[in-house]
Write a new protein. Structure first.
Ligand SMILES: Nc1ncnc2c1ncn2[C@@H]1O[C@H](COP(=O)(O)OP(=O)(O)OP(=O)(O)O)[C@@H](O)[C@H]1O
Ligand SMILES: [Mg+2]
Length: 378
């Protein structure tokens, strides 16, 4: 008799409209520039389904569970059936990214191993300033910075221009625009006022590292494996655009800048540089408490010094881009990489892990299926 395949539930949280759905109706010929890349990128649900399919190909039984901002539904699903592993793709709850960590904490409480970082690492890495303090405290290089709670900073702040002004608690480059880089005190104050008007404090003012941008993906534990680096090629950007990755460049296929920045993988870097990068990223992964997979964004200046900009636990897993582009370059197929991530979670399975107390029946609660099977909805 063959052993039953382990079951892995891909758990995510999504409600409301899928912005990317609208892109399917746009004719690229109607844009006022020539798009280089596909406009109709995968929708949110297509992305999650790709992970589910990849897991099936990797040899698991897999299904999707959308929490739909409904904790009773989520808990109800786990009370009826327990998968062997949760593939945790929940990034926010009730639109609040700060609830990403408590969701992982809930998985700890019900005792089902889940992929990716634990609550402490998820919470820490959302706070860029604290993360940088921890990195610096461990001797891991990160650009010099000040964390501000109001839009005032003395002229002699001790930082070297150019500087970048960015919210300390956003991600996906939110709040990073072509105007984020400033070259003197008056423009620093103007930019601080603008950013404080739009985003909650604290705000980071950080030395802008001119040079190469490298994104380093790390896979696994004991020991973590550093995957081939991705470099961003900014050479097609207009001269007046600072060489950085803005929100639009990353997420807006209808914006021309999305089509002007390209990735090169593997980045052309010497062995000595690779060693320097590894000496920074592996400790950064470990001290921030990342697990299974993460992406570390960094810069390298002309002298070859490296600086960590931020640590991204549970990064985007879209096939062929970012983390998965590096994994493919390392010879790992999409299913291979997903399998390695799941195996990381399985290794944490504790014998006699707590039994879920189903609590009161969720029947009758709006949005909770009351059927016998307890199959999650997608
Ligand atoms: N100190 C810096 N020096 C040079 N470039 C920087 C610096 N800080 C930020 N950038 C640029 O801004 C981009 C976004 O910054 P950062 O990675 O900190 O933000 P983010 O919002 O968390 O982005 P994401 O999570 O999508 O990677 C970086 O990829 C880089 O291009
Ligand atoms: Mg980043």
């Amino acid at each position: 008799m063959t052993a039953k395949k382990p079951s892995v539930w891909v758990v995510y949280n999504h409600t409301g409209e899928d912005e990317y759905e609208k892109l399917k109706d746009i004719d690229p010929k109607t844009l006022d520039f020539n798009p280089v890349y596909k406009i109709d990128v995968a929708t949110v649900s297509e992305e999650y389904d790709a992970v589910r399919k990849g897991l099936e190909e990797a040899g698991f039984r897999s299904k999707l569970l959308n929490a739909e901002d409904n904790f009773t539904k989520l808990h109800g699903a786990f009370s009826r059936t327990r998968p062997d592993v949760i593939f945790n793709l929940v990034e926010y709850f009730h639109d609040d990214p700060q609830l990403e960590a408590p969701v992982a904490g809930y998985f700890d409480l019900i005792g089902i191993p889940y992929t990716g970082a634990p609550p402490g690492a998820l919470s820490l890495c959302q706070k860029k300033g604290f993360t940088k303090q921890i990195l610096a405290g461990h001797g891991i290089p990160t650009p010099h910075f000040r964390m501000l709670n109001h839009p005032k900073i003395p002229k002699r702040h001790g930082l070297k221009y150019p500087l970048i002004v960015k919210p300390a608690r956003e991600d996906a480059s939110t709040g990073v625009t072509r105007h984020s880089v400033v070259y003197d005190h008056p423009s620093l104050i103007t930019q601080l006022e603008k950013v404080f008007a739009e985003f909650a404090p604290p705000i980071l003012v950080e030395e802008f590292i001119e040079g190469r941008e490298l994104h380093i993906s790390i896979l696994g534990n004991d020991p973590p494996r550093v995957l081939p680096a991705i470099e961003f090629d900014f050479s097609e950007l207009p001269d007046d655009h600072p060489k950085l990755i803005s929100y639009e460049m990353k997420w807006s296929p209808l914006d021309q800048s999305y089509h002007q920045v390209h990735t090169v993988c593997p980045a052309e870097i010497s062995r000595k540089e690779i060693r320097k990068i590894e000496e920074a990223v592996v400790p950064a992964y470990t001290v921030t408490g990342c697990r299974d997979y993460a992406r570390i964004d960094m810069r390298m200046n002309k002298k070859g010094d490296v600086f960590i900009l931020e640590v991204n636990p549970n990064p985007d897993l879209t096939e062929g881009v970012s983390f998965m582009e590096s994994a493919e370059e390392a010879g790992l197929s999409f299913p291979d990489t997903l399998r390695t991530i799941v195996e990381g979670a399985m290794a944490r399975k504790r014998p006699g892990s707590p039994i879920v107390d189903p609590g009161p029946s969720p029947a009758g609660v709006p949005g909770v299926p009351s059927g016998k099977t307890g199959q999650p909805t997608t």
